[in-house]
Structure formats: structure tokens, C-alpha cells
Design a protein around this ligand. Structure first.
Ligand code: HEM
Ligand code: FMN
Length: 495
């Protein structure tokens, strides 16, 4: 057993030990390899890193360090001799009692300021950040405003039914909460906190590969919440897949998701490499410099290089997490391994929508990853219009979801009028979760639902199957939509 006083001596870049879950690890050589940067580990030198570690990683992540790093158990009588971790600069802790009461949030946008107050600066940067100059993020938000309704009146709109099915699973709402990595950064309750709100409200949720909790832990929390409501909630969990490079590992992960009870795989296809997350990059450079590690950091990597990918965090590689080499043919074994519904997350043009249909996918999510991947990418609405124009048959054969920039429940109705099955909500629920936990997410659901119900009545419909394309004017976007030349038109029709 190791003595806390001995462990405390190892707090420099020459020798750095940390304690995780009562065991001591030598992370000296890992400082330069840690995808989250060396600075975050060095701050924990000679200290108990368990609390910080479990905010970000499942506990079994320590195994990745390899055997030589595990120095053995800490003598529990000597914990008082350990160092206190060095605080992260600007990580001001805000008492959540100081936030405005959740009832004062009357639009989903109202969650943003409390979230910014409560989140440590680095996590706020991670959540709110986008790629390059932020243009892809901006079009997501702006394009919702560029579609207008064409309402009908005098139609007896006393009661409305907002329900929709996603992959055969009915929800009271045509929106769901989309995949967001490491919810433990956003709220200490992590994925289980979010799942609680979903189950209580009947909203479906897509759980990220890059979650804080393991797929099984999250599913256990789902079952616990279901048992509290007599298994009556229509909520279902789906699994977002970042495909690991190693096929055996990929199949094992897919089978784990299946065995745990996830109802479908949402394979993220817009992330063969990580986009340039500008704000994260700046912050990482500042943090590294503050710990004297600037010469060890290599934040700028050649684009597309092997494994230059970090699923959840800005611009650092995670070896083995995802291969940039995945191709359409791979869908066959992925589908085979899951033996259930497959959705492609991140389709951004009509040609790929058509290919997804031909490869037998059950759904596509039109998305530019919340503006975090390709610079100058199209909004989901623009892609939806392209599909309606050039390959409308896709919409009869697959479910089509959209996400990006959704803040108002009334906007959900625009996508439904244009033929979308459902709309994914990202940052809007994340800000609510950050500031108010599951209570905030429930409030976020109520806000979106109320806005949607009101919009339906004012548009003159009482159920979503009455929503029609002629109930919206999308001409502003259609005017800017990509038009094929004669050759490309031929290619499109032969795809
Ligand atoms: C000991 C073994 C560790 C391993 C194998 C490991 C691995 C990783 C990986 C793969 C990532 C990228 C994101 C992901 O896939 O989750 C990451 C990010 C991160 N890790 Fe670790 N980690 C370890 C220890 C720690 C510890 C002890 C802490 C906290 C004190 C920590 C804090 C973080 C943070 C904050 C990030 C996000 C970085 C950012 O925002 O840029 N990690 N780590
Ligand atoms: C903080 C954050 C983390 C995300 N993590 C993931 C992820 O782990 N996997 C994934 O497929 N998409 C991820 N996304 C993209 C979302 O699933 C979704 O496409 C996007 O957030 C929708 O845009 P919105 O946030 O403007 O609603 C993430 C987005 C954000 C903002």
C-alpha cells in the first residue's frame, strides 16, 4: 500500500502520480498523450483525482493507462497527506440557488445565460463552441427564421395531438433530445439526470458513444426511472455510434448497445475527423501555457491524419476512436452486428440521402453536427429542401430527422410541414440541464410543447399528419438551394 505523503511528492512533469478510485497511477508518460491535455492531469499531481476524473470518464477508463502505470492501492489512513488539486483558472463555482428560478425561463433561449453562469468556463466553451468562424452554426439558427407559415383559419382547433413515432416508438412529441458527449461535464448527474427528465416527459433520447457513463449504466438509470412510473413512459433510448477504428472493437460496442436494450443505432457520419473547434483550441493553448506545457502540446494536426479525432473534445486525437476510412460498404456489417434499425446521423446532401435509402437504412438525420464540423456546411432545412426537390421518394422509404439551432417549438412544425419525421434538440436542452438539472429539461420540454401546440392551432391543424408543405413558404431558402447542371441531374436520377 502506498502512503499519501509519498504520493504527494509526485506532482511535477518529471514525475506525476494521481489517485483514482483509491489506487495510485503514474501518469508521467501519459501527460503528453492524454487527449484532454497534460495540464488537466498535472493539476491533480499527488492528489485524489477521482472527483474530476469521474465527471468526465467512466471509472474503467483508467485501464487505458496500461499495467505499468498502476502502482497499487493507496493506504486509506493516509489520504489526508495527499495534495489538494490545483484549481482550473476561471473555474468559479456558482451556487445554483443564485440562479433565476426555473419558472422565469419562458423560452429555451432563457436557459443560456444561467447555463453560462453555472458551467466552468472550459465546459461552457466546449458546449457553445462551433467550427472555424461559426458560419455553419449561424446558418442553423438563421434558416429556421427564413421559412414562414401560411396559416388557415376557422378550422376548429380546440385540442391538438402532437404525437409522433420514431422508428416505431411513439412519443407525445415530434422532437427528441439528441446525442451530446460527456453530460457529466454539464451536470454532475450526467446521463442519468437527463434520462430522468426524458422518462418523466415521454421524450426519446439518443445516448452518445462519448458519454460519461457506460451504455449499461445509462440504461440501468432508464430502467430505474421507468420503474418509478410503472413502466408507463413511452420514452426509448437510442445509441449514437462513433465507429471505433478496430472492427472487432466496433462490433463488440454495437453488440453491447444491442444487449443493453437500445432501440436503434444512430451512426454519426459527419465526423471522419474532428472539425476545427476554434474556441476550444484557444482555451487549450492558454491552459497548456499556464502549466508550462506549451512546448509539449501539438494542437494543430494535419487534417485527415490517422486518428486525428476526439469525439467529445476540441481538436485532440483519441487513438482508435474513429477511422476516417469508413465507407458505405461498411454499413452492411454494422447493420448485421446490431440487427435492428440503423439511422445515419449527419447527411448533408440529396445524393447521400439517396444512397442511405439504397443501403437499406431505416432513417437519416439531416445535420451538420450543430455547426461543429465542416465550415460553411448547409443547414438541415436546406438539405431537407434538396431531398424534397431531387429525391422525394427517400421520404416515403425512410424516416427523416433534422437537427441544428432549434430553439422554438413552433419551428418544429416547419420541419414537419416539409416532411420531417421529428426534430432533434441539442444545446437548448443542454443549457437547461446545466442550469437546472432534470427539472430544467422538463421545463424545456414544456416550453417546446406549448409553443408547438400553439403554432399548430394558429396554423389551423389539430394533428401532425395534417401538416402539409403548402402550409409553409420556404422560397427564401429554395432560391438559394443548390441546382444541378445537366450532367449532375442525370447522375442524381441514376443514383
Ligand atoms: C487516467 C487515465 C485517463 C485516460 C485514459 C483518459 C482519457 C481521455 C480521453 C480519451 C479523452 C477524450 C475524450 C473522451 O473520449 O472521453 C479525455 C479527455 C479529458 N480528460 Fe481524460 N483520461 C484520463 C485521466 C483523466 C483525469 C485524471 C482527468 C481529470 C483530472 C481527466 C480529465 C479529462 C478532461 C477534462 C478531458 C476533456 C478535455 C477537454 O475539454 O479538452 N482525464 N481523457
Ligand atoms: C456539446 C455538444 C456535444 C456533442 N456531442 C455529440 C456526440 O457525442 N455525438 C454526436 O453524434 N453528436 C454530438 N453533437 C452534435 C449533436 O448531436 C447535434 O447534432 C447538434 O447539437 C444539434 O445542434 P444544436 O445543438 O444547435 O441543437 C454534440 C453537440 C454539442 C453541442
Amino acid at each position: 500500500m502506498l502512503d499519501g505523503a509519498e504520493v504527494a511528492k509526485h506532482k511535477t512533469r518529471e514525475s506525476c502520480w494521481i489517485v483514482v478510485d483509491n489506487r495510485v497511477y503514474d501518469v508521467t508518460t501519459f501527460l503528453h498523450r492524454h487527449p484532454g491535455g497534460g495540464a488537466v492531469l498535472l493539476r491533480q499531481g499527488g492528489a485524489d483525482a477521482t472527483a474530476e476524473f469521474s465527471k468526465v470518464h467512466p471509472l474503467d477508463y483508467v485501464k487505458e493507462l496500461g499495467e505499468g502505470s498502476d502502482l497499487g492501492p493507496l493506504d486509506p489512513k493516509t489520504t489526508a497527506s495527499l495534495n489538494t488539486p490545483k484549481p482550473i483558472p476561471s473555474q468559479e463555482v456558482v451556487n445554483t440557488d443564485e440562479l433565476p428560478h426555473v419558472s422565469l425561463c419562458v423560452t429555451t433561449g432563457d436557459f443560456e445565460a444561467p447555463a453560462k453562469r453555472v458551467l466552468p468556463h472550459r465546459f461552457w466553451t466546449y458546449v457553445s463552441g462551433s467550427a472555424n468562424s461559426g458560419l455553419s452554426f449561424k446558418v442553423n439558427v438563421d434558416d429556421w427564421d427564413r421559412i414562414r407559415f401560411r396559416p388557415r383559419v376557422l378550422r376548429n382547433v380546440g385540442a391538438v395531438d402532437m404525437s409522433r413515432s420514431v422508428l416505431g416508438h411513439k412519443s407525445p412529441y415530434p422532437f427528441y433530445f439528441t446525442a451530446i458527449g460527456t453530460l457529466g461535464n454539464i451536470h454532475p448527474g450526467a446521463e442519468p439526470e437527463a434520462v430522468r427528465a426524458c422518462v418523466r416527459k415521454g421524450v426519446h433520447q439518443v445516448i452518445s458513444t462519448a458519454s460519461t457513463k457506460t451504455p449499461e449504466e445509462t440504461m440501468d438509470s432508464y430502467r430505474r426511472e421507468q420503474s418509478l412510473v410503472g413502466d408507463a413512459s413511452p420514452t426509448r433510448l437510442f445509441f449514437q455510434l462513433y465507429l471505433p477504428t478496430d472492427r472487432e472493437k466496433a462490433i463488440a460496442l454495437i453488440k453491447r448497445a444491442k444487449a443493453a436494450g437500445y432501440k436503434g443505432i444512430w451512426l454519426t457520419v459527419d465526423t471522419p475527423v474532428l472539425g476545427k473547434r476554434t474556441a476550444d483550441r484557444r482555451l487549450q493553448a492558454i491552459e497548456a501555457a499556464s502549466m508550462g506545457l506549451e512546448q509539449d502540446e501539438a494542437p494543430i494536426r494535419p487534417p485527415g491524419s490517422e486518428n486525428s479525432f476526439a469525439p467529445a473534445f476540441g481538436g485532440r486525437p483519441v487513438p482508435g476512436q474513429l477511422s476516417p476510412h469508413t465507407v458505405w460498404e461498411d454499413l452492411k456489417w454494422i447493420k448485421g452486428a446490431f440487427d435492428g434499425p440503423l439511422v445515419l446521423k449527419g447527411i448533408q446532401c440529396a445524393e447521400d440521402a439517396k444512397l442511405a435509402m439504397e443501403y437499406g437504412c431505416d432513417g437519416i438525420l439531416l445535420s451538420n453536427h450543430g455547426g461543429r464540423q465542416l465550415h460553411s456546411a448547409p443547414s438541415a432545412l436546406m438539405t431537407l429542401l434538396e431531398i424534397r426537390t431531387y429525391c422525394p421518394e427517400v421520404m416515403d422509404r425512410m424516416e427523416v430527422y433534422v437537427d441544428g439551432g432549434l430553439k422554438d417549438g413552433a419551428d418544429v412544425l416547419k420541419a414537419i410541414c416539409l416532411g420531417a419525421t421529428a426534430v432533434g434538440v441539442g444545446r437548448s436542452y443542454i443549457y437547461a440541464l446545466a442550469a437546472y438539472g432534470s427539472r430544467g429539461m422538463e421545463r424545456c420540454t414544456d416550453i417546446l410543447a406549448e409553443e408547438l401546440a400553439t403554432a399548430m392551432k394558429l396554423l389551423g391543424i389539430t394533428s401532425l399528419d395534417q401538416a402539409r408543405p403548402e402550409m409553409v413558404n420556404a422560397n427564401a431558402l429554395l432560391n438559394e438551394m443548390w441546382r444541378p447542371g445537366a450532367n449532375q441531374l442525370r447522375i442524381l436520377s441514376h443514383l
